[in-house]
Design a protein around this ligand. Structure first.
Ligand SMILES: [Zn+2]
Length: 317
């Protein structure tokens, strides 16, 4: 099985959208008043070549997002895109030798514009989306929330993706997307309440296509809540589940906007458990001094690695 990164242009958002500031409503409106822009970040979709057909996870942006509704404060002051026609997902897949008709299914992690805007290029694919996410994105309420349902293709008729196959590792809800069970959708609520991710079991590694479950690997490891999630507890539980998954498995973590995702996939670089524990400890037990201890242990020598593992177990108990 091969997974391809399809980088559909770049985006800049506010720093406080990536690392949420404060709590509740204040956290969610902070990006509106934040003067600090992120670097230009990729807008990635991911194409999975499977013998049942190609599955595309998200569709990225299209050149149409250069025009956004100015009445909406988020679009007016919190996001900037850079994309040309040839960078759209459909065009890039064609360049890879994959015709739109080869894309059997398109799975959308959620319906934010940088994930659904490329849909128009795949009129014959089956589109799969969580019914809750579709409901949330529809109509005037959807527009207020920052979705662009008015730009969905005329024939947009997605199939509900119901995650009714039970638990998959630490994720309580899942759905196998292929007969061999190698590609699985899992519920990763937080960024949006019905957000989902896609896991590709590929040999000894699990490739975790995370959408916007977090904006990058570091914020996942630290359990950082973004500036978008409605429910902090739900988002924190999802990030904890992803960490638990990456502790148990060799997992390559691929969020949609992580500048390192392309390189990570090329090298099949997995989330290291030492890195995971260090970040977790640094974020959650600063006051106990445990983080410093783990960091010192990790940094000092190879011997320290096994000591760190013992320490990690203690920290987790
Ligand atoms: Zn999003």
């Amino acid at each position: 099985m091969r997974v391809h990164v399809i980088e559909t242009g770049r985006v800049q958002i506010k720093a406080s959208q990536i690392v949420g500031r404060g709590h509740g409503l204040a956290r969610r409106i902070a990006p509106l008043f934040d003067a600090e822009w992120s670097d230009w970040l990729p807008v990635n979709a991911y194409a999975i070549e499977h013998r049942d057909g190609v599955i595309l996870v998200d569709t990225g942006v299209s050149a149409a997002v250069k025009r956004l509704p100015r009445w909406h404060p988020y679009f007016r002051s919190c996001v900037r895109f850079a994309i040309e026609l040839e960078q759209e997902a459909g065009a890039q897949l064609r360049a890879l030798g994959v015709a739109a008709t080869d894309i059997k299914r398109v799975v959308l992690t959620h319906l934010h514009i940088d994930h659904d805007a490329g849909l128009g290029a795949f009129p014959s694919s089956e589109i799969l989306i969580s019914p809750g996410e579709l409901e949330r994105a529809k109509g005037a309420a959807g527009r207020l929330r920052g979705y662009l349902p008015q730009r969905w293709p005329k024939a947009f008729d997605p199939k509900p993706l119901i995650l009714d196959d039970g638990a998959y590792g630490p994720f309580p809800q899942s759905k196998r997307l292929t007969a061999d069970g190698a590609i699985v959708a899992v519920a990763t609520p937080g960024h949006t309440p019905d957000h989902l991710s896609v896991v590709v079991e590929d040999g000894d590694a699990a490739i975790f296509i995370a959408g916007d479950a977090s904006y990058n690997e570091e914020t996942m490891l630290k359990g950082t809540i973004d500036g978008v999630s409605d429910n902090e507890n739900q988002a924190a539980a999802t990030l904890a589940a992803i960490r638990a998954f990456a502790e148990a498995r060799r997992a390559v973590y691929l969020p949609a906007h992580d500048p390192e995702a392309t390189q990570r996939l090329a090298e099949r670089r997995v989330v290291s458990s030492r890195q995971s524990i260090t970040a977790w400890a640094a974020a959650s037990s600063r006051e106990t001094g445990a983080a410093d201890f783990v960091e010192r242990m990790s940094a000092s020598s190879g011997k320290a690695q096994s000591a760190t593992k013992v320490m990690n177990r203690k920290l987790l108990e």
